[in-house]
Structure formats: structure tokens, C-alpha cells
Design a binder for this molecule. Sequence first.
Ligand code: UDX
Ligand code: ADP
Length: 477
Amino acid sequence: MTDFKYKICCMGAGYVGGPTMAIIAKNAPHIKVTVVDLNQTQIDKWNGDKLPIYEPGLDEIVKAARGKNLFFTTEIDKSIEEADMVFVSVNTPTKTNGIGAGRASNIKNCELCARTIAKVSKSSKIVVEKSTVPVRTAHAMNRVLNANTKDTGISFQILSNPEFLAEGTAVKDLMEPSRVLIGGNQDAGGLAAIQALVDVYANWVPHERILTTNLWSSELSKLVANAFLAQRISSINSISALTEKTGADVSEVANAIGMDPRIGAKFLQSSVGFGGSCFQKDILNLVYLCESFNLPEVAEYWQQVVTMNEYQKTRFATNMIKKMFNTVTGKRICVYGFAFKKDTGDVRETASGTIIKIMLDEAAKCAVWDPQVEREEMLTEFKYTHGIEHSNTPRLDDLVVTETDPYAAAKGAHAIAVMTEWDEFKTYDYQKIYDSMVKPAFIFDGRNILDHEALRKIGFEVYAIGKTVSENDPMTC
Ligand code: UDX
Ligand code: ADP
């Protein structure tokens, strides 16, 4: 196609790149949007019938724009070359070795993108950093990009445009963002680049919601936003440990404090622990950054949000074992949910994985049911986050089975652990489930979504986060 006046290329067709570009394509039909990836399978899925990620509403949007102004390809060089603006939306996993291992993000993919862009570009471009990155990554990318452009007449402007979408609500978050943040250099070239990106978003986002800042504020804001959100969850989870001891109810406390508009009601849902690809990673990044600037007290303050999350997961699993007569050895544990939250098939850093790991360490058998998660994804998460794989756990396929329906998963189980807040978990026939389980039949509701009284009437022994069975029988952990 030659009649597009503006062309965007996005490097990385993942959870962020795919949906973000689909929404740009939908709202700016005059812009040609090409999403590229090194991974051919991923691109084939974006071009196929079943998209590689599940997001409510995304399917229709992609299929309506695909082949018109939205394209998915592995022709990386060509797509960059023809683009006016290149988004970098690649994964930046936590480093597993070397300096900052376990905390700092590895930005090698970003650097690689910068090198590719520098190599193939025959004209000046705006490069937009979309991946969540450590502060000052733009600076590093800028140096790589502009290192070899002397005497070529080509220049690159780098912008930071962090993504605030949450999985499961990506389409809504992108269509009606609370804000779009664009950071750039404050010189004439930088301001012009900022304006070019403002013009892209202005196709559907009201101007007052588009914020522009300097590069570092934009990069840091992403880490800080996630740290604050995660902090709320860890705060209410810390209180759940206390309410279990005292006979108070964490949901009532959350409701009571959330009605104060200064506190607000959102992100106060106590749970088995937060997961996802962002929260832990971004906080650890923040911690590492603080340490690098010799701010140990600040680092420790934020580290505690992650520590509390680990505690919550371990506490939940320990409580399960305790309630089941101090042993789960050989017992079948039915796990409802492996996704890190509802309405997504994403399993990265899911609390469900930690609970299953602890159950496996205790020689239990797990039967997992999740409406969206594929077994392969689960095994990948076991391997990368918990180091569990067939080579070191030869009976893995026997110890963790995946079922294709909730009733099969519960059959013969001693307990059900609710790990994800999928709405459909509330709609099952729990009498039928109860009848098929070993007695006493336990339910451990790690999301506080089920009707506990109704379940108790059926005969289940129910334990939930931050709740006591009765004031005389506090759930001791
Ligand atoms: C998060 C941020 O919300 C988003 O702005 C950013 O761009 C990426 O990181 P995401 O990881 O998709 O998004 O999910 P989010 O909805 O924030 O939930 C994260 C985790 O916290 C999930 O495991 C969720 O179940 C848990 N959670 C959330 C709670 O346990 N309680 C709550 O009240 C809210
Ligand atoms: P995110 O949640 O940040 O979107 P994902 O892991 O879902 O992260 O997606 C990142 C995508 O980026 C992957 O599909 C990966 O193959 C792709 N990718 C990584 N490095 C490059 C690169 N140098 N060029 C193009 N794509 C890349």
C-alpha cells in the first residue's frame, strides 16, 4: 500500500504490542500499523483465527483491521525501514544472572531493537519506548541509536510512552485510558516528536488526558504507578492476616476504609497474592534503582511490598496443609484457576503456581482447571519461575494434571483451592462437586468470590482469606 501518509511499526507482538497496535489501527484508519516479532509462531497466531492472547473484545477489533491498516509480519527490517515511528514493545524480563540478578530488568531486547533500527533505517524516525524499562533506558537506547548516524543526515528521537493497560481489560483501558503519558527530550526535536505521538493518540483520546513530561519522569511514573497499586494489595493482605486472628472480616474492613474518598475503593481486594508480569518486576526494578542511588531505606520500604506478597502465598498454602490435618501427601488437590487474574490466559508470576509448587513439595497431586490457560503455558511458568520441569520432576505429568472441566478436576479431590477470580467459578453446581469429593471436603477460597455460607450448608469446610469461620473459631495460620 502506498497511500498511507503515516506508518507505524511495532517491535514485539505480545500482550502489550498486539492490543495497543490494534487499538491505534482501529482509531486511526489513515495510519498503517505493522506489528513485527522474531517469533514466527506468534505472528502466525496473530494472522490466524485464534489470537495468541485472550482479551475480551480484542478478537473483533483485530479481525476488522487486519489486512486493511493492521499487519502482522516477521519482516522486521522492511517494516522498520518504511515506518515513521517505531514502537519498541518487547519483553524485559528480570535478570537471572550477573549484576542485579533477580531484581534488575534485562534490557538486552530493547538494546537489540535499537541496534536493528539504527542498522536498517534510511530515514529519521521517532522511536517509542513502550516496554516497561528501568529508568534511563531511553538514554541508553538513544546512545545506541545515534552512535552511528554522523554524516548520514538521519536522526532518531526517543520517546517514553509507558503502557498502563491491565490484562483482561486491555481493550477498555486502551479505548478509554485514564491518561496517556508521553515523555521526551525538551528541546525542539524532542517536542516535535512528542507532538507527533500526541497526534496519534488524539485520534481517540481527549487532549486533557494526554500528559507530556520529560523522559525520566515518564519512565519512573510507570514503575511508581505499579508500585503504588501493588502496595495497596500488600497492605490489605497484611491486614487479612490480622483479621483471621481477630475475628474481623477483611472484606468489611476494605469496604469501610475504601468508602473514604481519600483512600478509594479500588485494589483493596485481599487475595492469595498478586501476580502478573508487571508488579513484582517493576517493584524490584524500583528497589534496584534506589539501591543504585544509595537509598537503602527507600529500597527496603518498597521491597517490603514484595516480601508481604510472598508471605501471603506461603501463608495460604501453609494454612491449607494445616487444615487438612497437617498433611497433603498423596492427596488430590483441585486447583481452580491458573491465570494470574480473571479474563486472561496469562500465567506469568501467578500465585497459583506458587501454591502448586508448595503442594508438590508436600507430595500432593494437583488437578488444575482454568477456562483459558493451556497446559504448555502452565509448564513454561513452572519452569521459569519455580524451576520445575520434566528433567528434575520426572513424574510431573502424573503429579499435576490439567482437566478440561471443573467437575472432572474436583472428582476424588480432598480440597479445592480457588486461585483465580473467574466469574464462572461462582456458577458451578457445588452440590454435584461436593458429592464427587473425598470427605471432609475442603474449599480454600483464595479470592473470596464464592458464597461461603451456601457451601457450608452443602457440607464443605470453607476457609477464606481474612475471614474467620466464627468468632470463636478464628482461622489460625
Ligand atoms: C498491572 C497494572 O494494573 C497496569 O496498569 C500495568 O500496566 C500492568 O500491571 P496487570 O498486571 O494486568 O496490570 O493486572 P492487575 O489488574 O493490576 O492485577 C495484578 C494482580 O493483582 C493480579 O494477580 C490481581 O489478581 C491482583 N489483585 C488486583 C489483587 O489481588 N487484589 C486487588 O484488589 C487487585
Ligand atoms: P509484554 O507483556 O511486554 O508485551 P511479551 O513477552 O508478551 O511482553 O511480548 C514481547 C514480544 O517481543 C515477544 O513476542 C518476543 O518474541 C518479542 N521480541 C523480543 N525481542 C524482540 C526483537 N528484538 N524484535 C522483535 N520482537 C522481539
